[in-house]
Structures are given as C-alpha cells and as structure tokens.
Design a binder for this molecule. Structure first.
Ligand code: SF4
Length: 251
C-alpha cells in the first residue's frame, strides 16, 4: 500500500460550488454563476471502491450548497451506508427551495439513504443573503426524521468575542435552539477568500494563519473529491480511485 495514504480514514465530497448564499466570510471567494456538480453515481462508485481497500470512519458532503443536487447527495450517502462508514455528515446552509413539499421530500430521502448527522450553517453571515423561513422549515423536517442535527455557526475572531456579527449570530441561533435544535461548536473564520477582503479589519494579515482543515501531504488521512471529479493528482471520471491513491506522491 502507498505509504503516503496508508492512514486514509475519511472521504469528503465537495459536490458543487453553486450556492444559494453569497456570504462575505466565504472561504471559496466569489463563486457566482458556478453550475458544475459531481455525478452521484460516479461518486458512489468511488466510495465503494475505497471502502474495499481502506477502513473509512467518516464521510462528509459539502459545497457550495450540496442540496441543490439532492439525488447525487443521496447516492453518496447510500454508498457510505452500504460500505459501513460509521459517520456520515452533511454541511448545508439549509436553503435549496422554498417549496415545503420538496423540502420535506429531501429531508426524508436524506434519512432513507443514510445521512446520520447534519451540520446546519446558520449565523449573521449566512442570514445576510439566505432567508430564515425555508431554513427553519428544513431544520424542522430533519428533526422529525430523527437525523442528528447540529447548528454550526461561523464565529468571527472567537466564539466569545462581542463583535456585531457574533452578537447577531447569537440572536439567530436562539431562534433555532428555541425549537429544540442543538448547538455545535461551529468554526472560527480564518482569512481566506471573501473573508480576507470583506472582514480584513478583524485579522492581522501580516501574521501567518494556518488553515485548520489542511492535511499533511506525506500522511493523507482525508481525500477531498471536487465538483469536476479531481482528487489528489487524478480525476475519478478518468481513473480508478484506487489507482489515484496508489500513484499519489507528495509534491
Ligand atoms: S459560506 Fe457556504 S453558504 Fe455561504 S456562500 Fe460560501 S458556500 Fe455558500
């Protein structure tokens, strides 16, 4: 087995960069007009292939807004469940439709296909461009299915800081905790993408910030598959994922 990926235990799918939000803290920068998304069947095959060789503990699906493509997302979770991956997470802003029937159907399909934890991004930044009502409707539908749902806000500077964004975030979170939703730790914004432009006054840009999500390239524990199929030095649309993992070399 390739020594650089022998400890692989997590698969991530960045399903799309298309999004219903336009957040000023978004680490992906301005991605307006993006429409490309990962094919669910191909992604599911990658999950299946990887799990035949590696012991995968965790599967994560995120975006952009991944629920713009719910069928593809469900195929990924179905494959993860079949392969016995214990932890199957989705990060979403909760806004993909205003149609209550569709919102309910998507929640039911996610439950049926094996999603077991949903991290809901709600805070002052998301709610500048994303309406609360459909997000709340979706959260309640997820709650009803029994999927574990956790509020996952973005904090500016730190969770305890009392800047105006964090104050607004606490007000928004209260609306959700009042209906029984649990609050997770969320994350602290780091200066990348839009945050580096629109929130620069909150950072010391002469200091080096370390991206908390970056893996050691000589000991890859997590692979992230992009909307166009790219992963490490290959592409799941052209190559078998096991060959991609075997041929990987750190640059
Ligand atoms: S932070 Fe999330 S919801 Fe906001 S624009 Fe970026 S991807 Fe979309």
């Amino acid at each position: 087995m390739n020594k650089y990926v022998k400890n692989l235990n997590r698969i991530e799918f960045l399903v799309t960069l298309a999004c219903t939000g336009h957040c000023k803290h978004c680490s992906e920068g301005d991605h307006a007009g993006f429409t490309e998304h990962l094919d669910g069947t191909c992604a599911a095959k990658a999950v299946d292939d990887i799990c035949h060789v590696y012991k995968i503990d965790s599967l994560m699906v995120f975006g952009g807004e991944p629920l713009l493509y719910p069928e593809d997302v469900c195929k990924i979770f179905e494959a993860g469940k079949k392969a016995g991956i214990r932890r199957r997470d989705l990060i979403t802003n909760g806004y993909f439709s205003k149609d209550e029937k569709l919102i309910q159907e998507v929640a039911e399909q996610l439950a049926k296909n094996g999603l077991n934890r949903l991290l809901l991004s709600v805070d002052a930044f998301h709610q500048e461009t994303i309406p609360l009502e459909p997000v709340m409707a979706f959260a309640k539908c997820i709650q009803y299915t029994g999927i574990n749902i956790e509020l996952s806000p973005a904090w500016l500077v730190s969770q305890d800081d009392n800047n105006p964004y964090n104050v607004k975030t606490r007000e928004i979170l209260k609306l959700f905790t009042d209906v029984g939703l649990g609050l997770g730790t969320g994350n602290v914004i780091w200066p990348e993408g839009n945050a580096r432009i629109y929130l620069k006054d909150y950072f010391n840009l002469s200091k080096e910030y370390v991206n908390p999500y970056e893996d050691d390239p000589r000991d890859v524990k997590s692979v992230s598959i992009e909307p166009d199929g790219k992963v490490l030095q290959g592409n799941i649309y052209q190559d078998n994922i096991i060959d991609i993992l075997e041929n990987y070399r750190p640059m």
